[in-house]
Design a protein around this ligand. Sequence first.
Ligand code: KG4
Ligand code: ZN
Length: 349
Amino acid sequence: MSVDVDSIRYILAIESSCDETAAAVIDSDLEVRSSVIASQYELHRDFGGVVPEIASRAHVRRILPVIDESLKQAGIALDDVGAVAVATQPGLVGSLLVGLTAAKTLALVLDVPLIDVNHIEAHIYACRMAAGRDVFPAIGFVVSGGHSNIYDCTSPIDFELIGSTIDDAAGEAFDKVAQILDIGFPGGPAIQRVAEKGNPKAIRFPRTFLKEDRLEFSFSGLKTAVLYTVKGVPGSHKEPEPLTEQRIADIAASFQAAAVDVLAGKCEQALKQRGRDRLCVGGGVAANALLRQQLEKMTHRNGVELHVAPMALCTDNAAMAAIAWEHLKRGRFAELDLDVTPGLVRQKR
Ligand code: KG4
Ligand code: ZN
């Protein structure tokens, strides 16, 4: 396909990697003309987590209305779309396929380029969009329901994965602890709300740093420690303290403090290891107020420039797929046989 990139004014971006069906229109100045998100929160709430098959079916029903609405809000017609971007990795296979099929069909019918977007890289790129200027090279940190990944980002398209979790992702830990405490789903916002009335020093939960020189996270020990605090240690005759409202708040606050200490600590380690002076943070857990505070303190202490994605771009959305412009400018288009990659691609792309 011969493409005159300079003549393209709008990218239509599609996101369906997990449980949000989203579409956005981003113009060539990286201005977000529309960003529509249909959340499936109410469909998964009773299960305490995202059910993949329910998610895919809901995407099928919602994808076209969401795309229509994004064009309407942007005030453009389908013919104005100059390229179609779609998140193809990582995520739930069925969910990703819905977005990819819609994107391929549009690219084929409109005869415009198709651009492959990595959802995690897009989370980091949200910082670039908010900054309104180049923010690379930087350490990129994505803390979401599915990932706790640290990247060394040498440019807007070169992301080297240098750290991840060996068990639960940070958001997953928030969600599971909220489930243990029975305070709601998704867990992150619930923990943050309940923790406001709690004492973060009430219980000294473990901070798992693993090996100092390794940029890996592990949250399963912390989650188990919360479980034992609530239900009692198996085999022990000691009864757990009654779960009063105050006790729940204290546990939530103490858990949040422990999780945030580790998240901020590993970022500091990554910055030092790679000698970077910029940190870009995105993903759902980046909405956490304590994490934001702690990252501010840590970066200030180290003379590091901090970029945290604005709230609207933290949780899943299609606007962050504006990273597609970087690929477009470099002539990196996908073919129509593009497939989804549900797992995390570890090697440098
Ligand atoms: O990025 P995201 O919307 O979806 C994934 O790609 O996973 O992240 C969702 C995660 C959930 O686990 C949710 O509990 C967490 O982000 N989250 C938070 C907060 N808001 C959302 N975690 C901690 N504090 C918050 N305020
Ligand atoms: Zn995400």
